[in-house]
Design a protein around this ligand. Structure first.
Ligand code: ASP
Length: 323
């Protein structure tokens, strides 16, 4: 069916993207830094192409996240982190703020672009979240591009996983302690990707995709595919995508909490994002990108850095890693 679009007020649009948050060393090789910057600029171009042409925010965020999934620099799609068994399990979610329709997948192992599978969950099923084998079966039914686990391999993520295993081995003869939430491990698995957008028709959308956390176990699922935690969009308020310590984002329903502060608390988007990221999350946990219904952009994080970018119809076009 053809979608009839009316042009929004003055054709105003806005978009923000992220490529993960965490302990990003400023000492990273210049070449690698430039590669991230190049990739994020290219992702912004992809989104701008859709939005400046009068396209829909839901298409823009899907396209941008697909772009990141295909780029091995990021922990999503190709380049996803290794789990404890040496495999890759991917999570993604997408949400349309115009009708709160959403779709998500978790623990998928054979899908090249999980964000597009999430979109199919939204548009072709009565469900919101499909997991594991069932999600991969749905992928087969939908005829999306499938890949073997080898496709996701990168040396960089493999080395990160080996380091984690080594740390685990070294810690294993010490007395087993119950991990405390109050002592966060340094969050080093940055590379989750997300995009949020307002289109010229006044519609908001959000999308997030990730390989999760390095060395994760037992079918662990983070916040990215959990609507209201890592991903949320509502035309009444804002669109949000988070990145960081997923368990904390789930506990605090971060993305929805920001929307609720705007909707019921009368907060500006920036205030709402700061209150949740700096007031509820622990220092170092990560951050969010958000776009408001008026086109305001907030990019707030409490970690050392967050790969991020913003563009809008007034000509803003910028990419940043640290402050
Ligand atoms: N939030 C993601 C997760 O917990 C990881 C990240 O953003 O780095 O799965």
């Amino acid at each position: 069916a053809e979608v009839v679009l009316s042009r929004g007020e003055g054709g105003r649009w806005a978009m923000a993207i992220h490529g993960g948050a965490g302990t990003i060393p400023k000492s990273m090789p210049e070449e690698r830094k430039q590669a991230y910057v190049r990739s994020m600029r290219a992702a912004l171009e992809v989104g701008r192409g859709v939005l400046a042409g009068g396209g829909r925010s839901i298409d823009a965020v899907e396209k941008v996240v697909r772009f990141f999934e295909d780029d091995s620099l990021f922990n999503a799609g190709k380049g996803a982190v290794f789990d404890h068994e040496g495999g890759h399990e991917l999570d993604a979610a997408i949400m349309d703020g115009s009708d709160l329709s959403c779709g998500a997948v978790a623990g998928v192992r054979t899908v090249k672009n999980p964000i597009s599978l999430a979109r199919l969950v939204k548009e072709r099923t009565r469900h919101v979240l499909l997991v594991g084998e069932g999600a991969d079966r749905f992928a087969a039914e939908m005829g999306v591009e499938r890949v073997g686990q080898d496709y996701f391999f990168t040396q960089y993520r493999y080395d990160q996983w080996q380091e984690e295993l080594e740390k685990e081995r070294q810690g294993s003869d010490r007395k087993r302690r119950v991990p405390s939430r109050h002592q966060p491990p340094p969050h080093r698995q940055h590379g989750t990707v997300g995009a949020v957008a307002l289109d010229s028709h006044g519609n908001l959308a959000a999308a997030t995709s990730t390989g999760g956390t390095t060395n994760k176990r037992f079918g662990r699922v983070g916040d990215s595919p959990i609507v209201g935690a890592g991903t949320y969009a509502n035309n009444r308020t804002c669109a949000v995508s988070g990145t960081g310590a997923g368990e904390e984002f789930i506990r605090h329903a971060v993305a929805h909490d920001i929307s609720a502060l705007v909707e019921y608390g009368g907060a500006s988007l920036q205030q709402a994002a700061e209150r949740v990221v700096n007031g509820k999350l622990r220092k170092g946990d990560g951050g969010v990108i958000a776009v408001g219904r008026d086109g305001a952009i907030a990019m707030v994080f409490n970690s050392e850095g967050m790969y991020r970018g913003a563009a809008d119809s007034s000509g803003r076009f910028e990419v940043k890693i640290w402050e």
